[in-house]
Write a protein that binds this ligand. Structure first.
Ligand code: LLP
Length: 428
């Protein structure tokens, strides 16, 4: 199983992550502990960038930092010449603190306040996705005070159904994001008349998608829309941002395509469409989040014990749970796990990995096979790099877990563990 998760291997019966013993990480930094493998992270970024590099129209990868917004991670993205998609002042500040060139930042959000748009302008952010007309009105008003020309990409709902969880599906007409093309076109004309920089279109159809078809359909449709837009506002609107959403492996049953395939598929569709529609090839942007951070991350826990219920269900209790990984509770997500200190032991017991929080749904994985676990074991879950730390909560006043970077240099703490006192200190 380990061979399916990059950077994971077995040595003397123990789990190694990026060449470092998971048990020693747990001893040194405590648990729960997020572990990010820098080698895998950089490879994921490079795979995307290199897949796009041969496209003649040019383009850029923006790391969707909502997946894992941590200063050091954004610094690595900046070093790899990857941009960042941000959705809040907090994510923007994190990208800037990581040394990201503001010109390579894309500001998103379906309800951006005037204050945050003003902050984005003051920082020289390169792009923003116009999610609704108010964004244009606000930017037009702010343009008097802030001369910086932010480039506008109009977020379109293409009306494409992607097969994924309802909560992470965004391309359909009832989505809270974006607008249909017929609404976007007059808005683009209006924005241009206001002197704003109308740079192109955006769409994002959803997340954790395995099929290539919805991406291809979206790319084709968006090319037609871009042609219509250019007829109205001119060929300066030459950017097509096709968002993120590329699925990754969480369990052994998942078999995602390599990132390069998704990009190359889109590139092919766009190239053909440009020829058919007699258009110049647009500049192509993509915004992968999960497919960059997901497989680079894992989480270590200490097992507190095992409980067998009257009806025969076996729980393995860990010292974290939905506060560091809410994805089972939210989306029924499943994770593979191993006992890091006995990684070669045969997985013979069907168990539910449950956390320490006061909620029955506080589960990480339901009905997975593990070797019989016991108190003090170190349990590792895989593919937790995306949307775990970033969606963590402080339920039951459990402080935030620490994060450590491995793989390239000696293990390095990149997020310090929070304390209960720090949480309490916000209360007045
Ligand atoms: N671009 C836009 C505009 C987005 O809204 C998103 C994700 C992405 C890019 C990146 O999508 P990715 O490549 O990571 O699939 N919390 C959920 C996922 C929510 C995704 C929200 N938007 C989860 O844990 O599955």
């Amino acid at each position: 199983m380990l061979q399916n998760f990059p950077g994971m291997e077995e040595k003397n019966g123990e789990l190694m992550i990026g060449g470092v013993s998971a048990v020693s990480l747990a001893e040194q930094f405590g648990t729960p502990l997020y572990v990010v493998n820098e080698t895998v992270l950089r490879k994921n970024m490079r795979d995307f960038a290199s897949a796009l590099s041969s496209y003649e129209g040019g383009g850029r990868i923006f790391y969707a930092s909502k997946a894992l917004s941590v200063k050091r991670i954004l610094k690595i993205a900046a070093e790899e010449n990857i941009g960042a998609d941000v959705v809040s002042e907090g994510e923007l500040r994190t990208a800037l603190a990581g040394g990201m060139n503001p010109e390579n930042i894309m500001y998103h959000g379906n309800n951006k306040s005037e204050k945050e748009l003003a902050f984005a302008l003051s920082q020289g952010v390169g792009y923003t996705a116009v999610d609704r007309p108010e964004d244009v009105y606000r930017l037009a008003a702010l343009s008097k005070e802030y001369p910086h020309k932010i480039k506008l990409l109009f977020r379109i709902v293409p009306g494409i159904e992607a097969h994924t969880h309802d909560y992470i599906r965004t391309g359909s007409f009832d989505s809270k994001f974006g607008m249909p093309i017929e609404e976007a076109l007059p808005l683009m004309q209006y924005a241009k008349a206001q002197g704003l920089c109308v740079a192109g279109l955006h769409c994002h159809i959803g997340s954790q998608i395995f099929e290539t078809e919805p991406f291809r359909d979206a790319a084709k449709l968006m090319m037609q829309f871009l042609k219509e837009a250019q007829a109205l506002v001119g060929e300066d609107a030459c950017i097509l941002n096709l968002g993120g959403g590329f699925g990754i492996r969480y369990t052994e049953e998942d078999s995602p395509l390599p990132p390069a395939d998704f990009i190359q598929n889109a590139v092919r569709v766009v190239t053909e469409a440009a020829k058919e529609l007699k258009m110049k090839k647009p500049m192509l942007f993509f915004e992968p989040g999960r497919a960059i951070a997901g497989t680079a991350g894992s989480t270590l826990y200490t097992v507190g014990g095992v409980k067998k219920t009257k009806v025969g269900k076996t729980y393995v209790f860990i010292d974290g749970g939905m506060t560091d990984n809410p994805r089972h509770a939210l989306y029924d997500a499943q994770y593979e796990a191993v006992i890091a200190n006995r990684v070669s032991d045969e997985a013979t017991q069907k168990v539910t990995i449950a956390g320490r929080l006061c909620e029955s749904g506080d589960v990480i994985s339901e009905g997975i096979l593990l070797p019989p676990a016991k108190e003090g074991d170190i349990l590792a879950t895989f593919s937790t790099g995306a949307y775990c730390f970033s969606m963590a909560s402080r339920y039951n006043r459990v402080p935030g877990a620490a994060m450590v970077l491995v793989g390239e240099e000696a293990p390095r703490l990149i997020v310090r563990r929070q304390t209960a006192e720090e949480l309490l200190s916000l209360d007045l």
